[in-house]
Write a protein that binds this ligand. Structure first.
Ligand code: ADP
Length: 160
């Protein structure tokens, strides 16, 4: 059943098959799923925000109810602006839990009407992260099954 507009926020540097697994699940649940790339001035990203957005648009274009956008500042302000009542986040392992709990509870304190929904990815993606993908790419390792082919090409070009 579709219930609401949801935001799936993150760095997506770059988008992985784990993110896509979550997007596919979320797309079935919500009227509109907004994948929102955080413009974070503190982190040193591998891909620029426009590059990340371009890759996300390419790999999500098959889903009509998925939109890719960029945001900065507080997530609750962005959610309000977009009329979204749900934040979608993924939990891979216990190690994700502490940080996600802290974020979800702080967002609830700031905006009690905003609900955070957690989803588990399929098992093959439960140990997959953008950080590991970047490291594998930087050392010329195999990326098949970890990222979509278009992202693999962009990674190879970026580190060559
Ligand atoms: P951040 O930099 O905020 O951790 P990411 O782009 O790495 O952003 O991840 C965004 C969200 O997607 C987070 O909730 C993260 O836990 C989740 N996520 C990332 N990789 C996976 C994966 N392989 N399976 C499920 N969820 C994932």
């Amino acid at each position: 059943m579709k219930t609401s507009n949801a935001i799936y926020p993150g760095s997506f540097d770059p988008v992985t098959n784990g993110h896509l697994d979550l997007i596919e699940r979320g797309e079935k649940m919500f009227d509109l799923l907004i994948v929102a790339v955080l413009r974070n001035t503190e982190k040193q990203p591998l891909f620029s925000v426009p590059e990340r957005v371009e890759m996300l648009r390419e790999v999500t274009k098959k889903w009509a109810d998925v939109e890719v956008d960029v945001f900065e500042g507080l997530l609750i302000d962005y959610a309000r602006k977009r009329g979204a009542g749900v934040i979608l986040r993924g939990i891979r392992a216990v190690s994700d839990y502490e940080y996600e709990l802290q974020m979800a509870l702080m967002n609830r304190k700031l905006e009690p009407r905003l609900e955070t929904v957690f989803m588990l990815p399929g098992e093959p993606y439960s140990y997959l992260s953008s950080k590991l993908v970047r490291e594998i790419a930087q050392h010329g390792g195999p990326l098949e099954g970890l990222v979509p082919p278009v992202v693999e090409q962009r990674l190879r070009a970026k580190v060559s």
